[in-house]
Write a protein that binds this ligand. Structure first.
Ligand SMILES: Nc1ncnc2c1ncn2[C@@H]1O[C@H](COP(=O)(O)OP(=O)(O)OP(=O)(O)O)[C@@H](O)[C@H]1O
Ligand SMILES: [Mg+2]
Length: 236
């Protein structure tokens, strides 16, 4: 198991947001966390990353407890978060945005680490924009740059918070294809989405979150055969 979240409760001040959330991601799986606006998807990612540590429960990464660790320690352990707000450095070039994030692959991993060249194969548009300032990129290009920059840190688990949000259909399709390439290469991914048709195309399994509770979990094929669940929880 790469990630095992058990029974976490997370608060912002007095507001109780996550109520005993549990989920797991196995090596090489792409798992999606589905749910409408404000159900706690970002809070789940912040809980895993240590940005808003859960008050109780457990978060295990590669078998080790990471709840209570600092975000930089969780990053160093191999968790790469692509946040909802896609923060890139506008005053650095696209290449500098990538190079700033280089981190060697852990020696025990025995796979070739990510390089600018490898990133360019996955995101050709970033090659075309190599010398441009980050701030001149379109929303879709910024999303790709944020994913690419996170990959440069050679994470063992990639957390994608609503990668399709606010992007044009063609760009969403391109990002979907890029996620499928990562999945084929064996990357372990947890992504959150409101856009369930997008998420169902790229994922192996799903968890549905509703008001801070996991209300359904299972395989994508099973979810597709249950239109009433899709309708009730996801509004589609
Ligand atoms: N910093 C904060 N302080 C207080 N409440 C917050 C804070 N951030 C989020 N919330 C509340 O926590 C709940 C869950 O928010 P969260 O951002 O995790 O939802 P989400 O599923 O990611 O939604 P979205 O699809 O809009 O991104 C919401 O009710 C939100 O208003
Ligand atoms: Mg969110």
């Amino acid at each position: 198991m790469v990630l095992e979240v058990k029974d976490i409760n997370t608060f912002y001040g007095l507001s109780h947001i996550l109520f005993g959330v549990s989920l797991a991601v196995r090596e090489g799986e792409t798992v999606c966390l589905l749910g409408r606006n404000g159900v706690g998807k970002t809070t789940t990612f912040r809980s895993i990353m240590g940005l808003t540590p859960p008050r109780s429960g457990s978060v295990k990464f590669m078998g080790e407890e990471i709840r209570g660790k600092q975000p930089f320690q969780i990053y160093r352990a191999g968790v790469g978060l692509v946040p909802e707000d896609r923060i890139i450095f506008p005053d650095l070039t696209v290449r500098e945005n990538l190079e700033i994030a280089v981190r060697k692959s852990p020696p025990e991993k025995k796979v070739e680490g990510w390089t600018v060249e490898k990133v360019h194969q996955l995101f050709p548009v970033l090659k075309a924009r190599d010398g441009q300032w980050g701030g001149t990129l379109s929303g879709g290009e910024q999303q790709m740059l944020t994913i690419a920059r996170t990959l440069m840190g050679n994470p063992r688990l990639l957390l994608l918070d609503e990668p399709s949000e606010g992007l044009a259909p063609l760009v969403v399709r391109a990002i979907g294809e890029q996620i499928l390439v990562l999945r084929k290469e064996g990357m372990t991914i947890l992504l959150s989405e409101q856009n369930s048709s997008f998420a169902l195309k790229v994922s192996d399994r799903a968890y549905i979150l509703e008001k801070g509770h996991v209300t359904w979990q299972g395989d994508i094929a099973e979810l597709k055969s249950k239109p009433e669940i899709m309708k009730n929880y996801l509004g589609i």
